[in-house]
Each structure stands twice: as structure tokens, then as C-alpha cells.
Design a binder for this molecule. Sequence first.
Ligand SMILES: [Zn+2]
Length: 290
Amino acid sequence: MKMRIFLAALAAIILLSHVSVAASPLETLMGLAMGDTAEVPIIMYHALEDTPDNRWEITLQEFEDDLKYLAEKGYTSVVMQDLIDFVHNGKPLPEKPIVLSFDDGRMPTANIILPLLEEYDARITMAIIGRETDHYTELDKNGASSRHPHMTWDQVRTAHETGRVEIQSHTYNLHGPNGAKKKKGESVDAYRQRLMADLQKFAEKLHENVGITPNSLAYPLGAISSTSDDIIKEAGYLASLSCYEKNNTITVGDADSLYSLNRFLRPPHKSSGEFFAVLNDNKMMNEDND
Ligand SMILES: [Zn+2]
């Protein structure tokens, strides 16, 4: 962890020194200027089930309808790394970017989603729970199953290798009722240590099993304390996802614009047109929308 903080500081020093000697600071960016903004809606999915029995599950057909609808309306799915590249490097986003995020890393979802992502040339961000991945990797070795199994590390790696599924953190083991929030009566220092330890464990497990480093955290249940984002920044996370149902404006050069990003929950039993009307309220869709 210390090494990552050191590297981040070193990168910042290099960036700053580079900017100060350049003829124009803007030339160091990839096509955009400091202060340029982008509107990016983020959708929150969890699992795809034949018969959704709660507001966090939708059918495969509903998800396919969403992909079709977004393609027709000119949206391009992007992942968290694209938002980070926009803010930190000034790398342009497509004209109408949208992030399709999946929380929890549930297994049926991973198995059936990949052919659809190929068909619609789409990408998703999947925030997995480290402990569940460990648990189901063990169960899988023993041939056990359950109605709501989670992905195993092999499946996470396979999904990552398709280039269509960006793997991020949903914490290692803070998916209980309190989420990653500070507990009642817990000191800020104790909270910081507890959260840092969890983030570090997740990062180690992901690196060990998939060979990558997470840069975004989806807060379980969207539960956040006033110090949460500062702690995850210190741990090297460049972005975080909340559950407030609003749009986002991110800004080139404003690293803080990537934290506690809002997400719209996609519930079952709604057509794509009905659901994505939430974006109309924020003037995200074209004028010619229905
Ligand atoms: Zn979750």
C-alpha cells in the first residue's frame, strides 16, 4: 500500500513538473482542455434471473432490450477506466457515454452476459465481493451449488480477459448491513484502519488471481461516511460509485469529480423506454426521443 501511495505521489510530481515546463499545459492532454466536462449516466444492475423476485434482478431479455435501446439512441458503453482517462489525461469520451455497472459478481449473470456484450459491442463494469469469490471458488472445487452462486476467480479472470468486463471492487468483506460505512461509536482512526485493511485484502486477492489492480470502488448498499472517499483515495482508488439516482458531470483535471458517482438502479418489469426516461429528466437523450 505504501508503495502505491509513493507511486501516486511520484506520478503527480512528474505530471506537475511536465506541465510547468510545457509550452502550454493543454498540450499535455489528449485533445481536451482542463475544465472540459462530460455528462455520464451510470446504470446499476445486479443479477439477471429468469423470474426476478426483487428490485435488484431483471431478466436477460430486459437487459438485451436495454442494450438494443441504448444502441438505437446512439449511446456507447464505457467503463470506469474511460472516465478516469477523461479526468486525469483529457482523453475524449464518445459523444454519448454511459456506464453499465453490475454489483456483486453473481454467476448466472457472468455466464449468460458475454455473448450479448459481443453482439451489441458493449462493455460493463463488474464490482465483485472478494470474500464471495473466495467462497464460491472453494465450493466449486467441492462440486457444491446454490441458487445464487457468485463467480469463481477462474470466471472472473475469464470475464476480464474478454476485454468486455472491467473488474472492480465491491469490497472484500464489507457487504453486510453496515456496508463500508463507519460504525456507530467507531473512531475515525479505527474506521480508517478497518477500511484500509479490507481494501488491501481485495487488491491483493484480485492481483493474485487476475493480475490486475482495482481503481474504482462500488460502495455496498451505497453506504458512505464523510471520510470514506478520503480513505479510499489514500488507498489509491481513483473513483467510487454510490447509489444516489442522479446523473454525473465529470471534469478534466478535477480528480474529485470521480468520487461518489451517482447511479440509477434498473428495476425489473419496466420496458427500456420507460426506465431510460429517467435520463430524459436530465436532458441526456436526443431531442428526437419518444
Ligand atoms: Zn452489492
